[in-house]
Design a protein. Structure first.
Length: 151
């Protein structure tokens, strides 16, 4: 193993040496705004992947759910997150646990980015988007209806 595989230095813009910054999703039909991702660590033997996501000011991730758990640590900026039926303000070093089969979405504040590390299974299921019935159920709660972005 060479040194670059053991150590990955990052710069003030939260970019890591030797790590490609990619689009958040490759499917143009999936709703999100201004999000990038970097895969920092992927080890099939350990069966996990560590990724860094950055949501630009006013941006948001896709409203979705999965079979797998997410462990998220906020690294920079400010925002809000929906997990199930709860919405919380988040800031650096907050920990967010997204249980399996739980609707979730991250949003950056209008005046700040939101950067976070996300630990997930190496092999995981594809995200499930809400259908009309699931959206209607989520929108029964006024605070959630005002929070979620689906376009």
């Amino acid at each position: 193993m060479n040194d670059s595989a053991r150590f990955r230095k990052h710069d003030p813009a939260f970019r890591w040496e030797g790590v490609e910054t990619r689009a958040y999703k490759n499917d143009p039909g999936v709703p999100y705004r201004d999000v990038t991702r970097q895969v920092l660590f992927d080890d099939p033997a350990l069966r996990c992947e560590l990724r860094y996501f950055e949501v630009a000011p006013g941006g948001y991730t896709t409203l979705e759910r999965h079979e797998h758990v997410h462990a998220v640590v906020i690294q920079r900026g400010r925002g809000r997150v929906l997990v199930g039926d709860a919405i919380a303000n988040v800031m650096p070093f907050d920990l967010v646990r997204v249980p399996p089969r739980t609707w979730h979405q991250f949003r950056a504040d209008e005046d700040a980015c939101l950067g976070f590390l996300c630990l997930v299974n190496h092999e995981r299921d594809r995200p499930e988007l809400p259908d009309a019935a699931a959206l209607a159920a989520l929108r029964e709660t006024a605070e959630i209806a005002a929070f979620i972005r689906t376009e």
